[in-house]
Design a protein around this ligand. Structure first.
Ligand code: AMP
Ligand code: ZN
Length: 739
């Protein structure tokens, strides 16, 4: 008997399917106009574990997972008539069907690589438009749907249970959507069931309401009912599906049938990266292919996910994945050893362990406890055959393909055997140099080479990961030295990806005219290519003043600079833009400005604002914000205002946020005019495509505004901002429209 957390009832309850011994399971599947990422895959893994746990407990499971190939139309996109699948097709010069087929295959390949059991059906939305039309027809007949122009909407006010799943009461929704009221709808919170095709639209179907295409939610109701009947037992998705998608699915389905739709709703928490939801729009996405290319076994991701409960957000890092990879290798090795030892399993020993494992699963799919049970069992000194039996049985749920790996590990391909034989011959001939070359080749092919006297044993290793340089995954991987006394006068922070030449330029300039009292340069690389990292490593080897840090990916500007901030030991810190080259003594003027304890930061360029929306260059000396071209402060202020906000992945406006934090602490910000620096082209800005940088800037600005919009009290008097002053020092200005 399994207990599961049911989003509908908000508690963990006994899962009882409608028909004894049979489970009807529906999983909201992928949108196939792009690659699925590890976040999507985490939610599919959750569904897979639910299914495996049910099957392991003796149920027969019918699993349906839809393929959304008519554009996963977020409501606002539907309203703008913008279908992502079509947009993607046009951009790639392909038909929507070609795009969908390509990404569907890629998704299925990812599922296979993660050993996710294939669903019995992967129905495609475009193959079920007739079912959707029929369902909309029923809703119209029963008075739940109404036409408006060429569209058909669901009237949520007619469905009294609306909001039960998400807890979103209609009154609250009304508040939220008031601003975007759509005159075509009776109530702003109504959602589209059918949309009329705009002229020139490729993907459209005939319907009683004219040519058009189905709304976002109707596909899942129609396909779930088509394959599983009016009442299903278990419905899964990520937490972002709860509202509106699943809320709307319930409304449509139950309005049409009059019976409860799904008994239990299971929702997986997000996979995060750098603390934010992994999402394409966020720019923090990893594909399964990415981690494979970095040398990981895809199943290491499976084990990583098993180690965190599905209702707990999981922050993905390559460091954590390395840990999972090592754990996976250990499990494989343990099974291999146990198999080698042979013997018969002791059923009396098996039973209590099986129960423990089963209890972990039964408690709301407790995979972390189940994995912990595996480790405990391996440490319990059981006879090898008992270990084998338990591991193989449990792996039916864990899905780590342990036995398959062991079977493969025992079969050594002929050409590898030939290499090993050649190496033995060379060793006998005492040609050790040549023998070692082959040894390296064998290791590179994934074998451990164990010499026992003249005999050599080859063992398949688990994966090896490149580890030539100490990589870090996040600022938390370096200790914070903020509480330690200063050891040098200035710490300079440099940060970037594939910008080693800029770093070299800055480092040589800084070292040419170092400050009295000493300097350290903290150069943080955000996952650059090997060549760029090489040149940074060379710098660090050449100059003792340079301390280099290598991130295994780009965690964004906020996190990247925090690596340096945590490690800095200077009395003063200089936050230097990558496009800035110091040409003379910048230290004296900055120190002079900072000698006033009321000054929180001093910099080369200041900004003034009257409303927190429009920032204009300000001559100062006192300004509302300082730009991160040349921005200096005492290290001690970080203890007061905290590290940088890592939600700012793109660099823009991170400096505004930092400035406001200092202002909120009562500090003033001053401009030091005429600092001897050269401003080069701002490469990151230049190489980011226009729409992308607009989007990223807006994202950051909204983040900034959310926090500071009500803090006009922090601004110095607005008299200094002139209405028509539009002089800007270069392209990288800070003028913002509210986005
Ligand atoms: P989509 O293709 O956008 O419909 O997403 C497919 C599935 O992945 C849905 O069930 C989403 O809830 C889920 N999902 C999307 N992003 C994440 C994430 N970062 N972590 C976990 N699940 C996610
Ligand atoms: Zn769905």
């Amino acid at each position: 008997m399994l207990r599961l957390y049911n989003t509908l009832t908000r508690r963990v309850e006994l899962f009882i399917p409608r028909e004894q011994g049979v489970v009807r399971l529906y999983t909201c599947g992928p949108t196939v106009y792009r690659y699925v990422h590890l976040g999507n895959l985490r939610s599919f893994l959750m569904a897979d574990w639910a299914r495996r746990a049910l099957e392991w407990s003796g149920y027969t499971v019918t699993h349906i997972k839809n393929i959304t190939d008519v554009g996963h139309m977020r409501q606002e996109l539907v309203d703008r008539g913008e279908d992502k699948l079509i947009a993607a097709a046009l951009a790639e010069g392909k038909t929507p069907a070609e795009i969908a087929a390509f990404y569907t295959e890629s998704f299925l390949q990812d599922e296979r690589r993660l050993n996710i059991l294939p669903a019995q059906h992967y129905p495609r939305a475009t193959d079920h438009v007739q079912q959707m039309i029929a369902l909309i027809g029923v809703l119209e007949q029963r008075g739940y749907a109404y036409r408006s122009g060429q569209n058909v909407y669901f009237d949520v006010r007619r469905f009294s249970d609306y909001g039960r799943l998400s807890g979103n009461r209609l009154e609250d929704l009304l508040e939220g959507v008031r601003a975007e009221a759509d005159s075509a709808k009776r109530n702003p919170e109504d959602f589209a069931l059918w949309k009329g095709a705009e002229p020139g639209r490729a993907m459209k179907w005939e319907s009683p309401w004219g040519p058009g295409f189905p709304g976002w939610h109707i596909e899942c109701s129609a396909m779930a009912m088509h394959y599983l009947g009016q009442q299903i037992d278990l419905h899964t998705g990520g937490v972002d599906n709860i509202f509106p998608h699943h809320e709307d699915e319930i409304a449509q389905s139950e309005a049409a049938t009059g019976v409860p739709f799904a008994r239990c709703w299971l929702h997986g928490a997000f996979l995060l990266a750098d603390g934010l939801k992994m999402a394409k729009s966020q720019g923090n996405v990893y594909l399964l292919q990415d981690v494979i290319e970095r040398g990981f076994d895809p199943l290491s991701f499976r084990l990583l996910c098993a180690m965190t409960h599905y209702r707990t957000p999981l922050n993905f890092t390559l460091g954590a994945l390395r840990g999972a990879q090592h754990a996976l290798d250990r499990l494989r090795r343990k099974l291999l050893e146990a198999e080698d030892a042979g013997g018969d399993a002791d059923q009396e020993l098996v039973e209590p362990w099986r129960q423990r494992f089963s209890a972990a699963l039964a408690d709301d799919l407790g995979l972390p406890q189940a994995v912990a049970t595996v480790w405990a069992m391996l440490e319990a000194g059981l006879p090898p055959a008992t270990i084998c039996e338990l591991l193989v049985d449990w792996d039916r749920v864990l899905g780590l393909r342990l036995a398959e790996w062991c079977a493969e590990a025992r079969t050594i391909p002929l050409e590898v055997q030939a290499l090993a034989a050649e190496r033995s011959r060379l060793r006998q001939a005492r040609d050790y140099a040549a023998a070692d070359v082959i040894r390296d080749e064998l290791i590179a092919r994934g074998y451990e080479v164990l010499d026992h006297g003249s005999q050599t044993e080859l063992r398949r290793r688990g994966n090896t990961l490149p580890s030539n340089r100490p990589l870090i995954s996040s600022p938390r991987d370096v200790p914070s030295l903020l509480d330690q006394p200063s050891r040098v006068r200035w710490s300079v922070l440099l940060f970037g990806q594939d910008n080693a030449d800029e770093m070299v330029r800055a480092v040589s300039a800084l070292l040419l005219r170092p400050p009295a009292g000493g300097i350290e340069i903290l150069a943080v690389d955000a996952g650059s290519g090997e060549a760029a990292v090489e040149s940074l490593a060379t710098l660090a080897a050449l100059y003792p003043e340079v301390r280099a840090f290598y991130l295994d990916h780009n965690p964004g500007e906020g996190a990247g600079r925090n690596v340096g901030l945590r490690q800095a030991l200077g009395e003063y810190i200089l936050w230097l833009g990558n496009h800035i080259e110091p040409l003379g003594d910048i230290w004296g003027p900055l120190e002079a400005a900072l000698s006033n304890p009321a000054v929180g930061a001093a910099g080369g360029w200041g900004l003034r604002t009257a409303d927190l929306h429009h920032f204009e260059p300000g001559d100062g000396p006192e300004v509302d914000a300082l730009e991160a071209y040349v921005l200096a402060f005492r290290r001690s202020v970080i203890r007061e205002v905290g590290l940088l906000d890592e939600g700012f992945r793109f660099y823009r406006n991170l400096d505004l946020d930092f400035s406001m934090r200092l202002r909120a602490r009562g500090y003033t910000l001053v401009v030091v005019p005429g600092l001897p620096v050269r401003v080069h082209e701002h490469r990151l800005w230049q190489r980011t495509p226009e729409p992308e940088r607009e989007r990223l800037s807006r994202h950051n600005f909204r983040r900034f505004l959310r926090r500071w919009r009500d803090r006009h009290d922090l601004l110095i008097s607005s008299s200094g901002v002139h209405e028509h002053h539009h002089g800007r020092h270069d392209h990288d200005h800070h003028h913002h429209e509210e986005g």
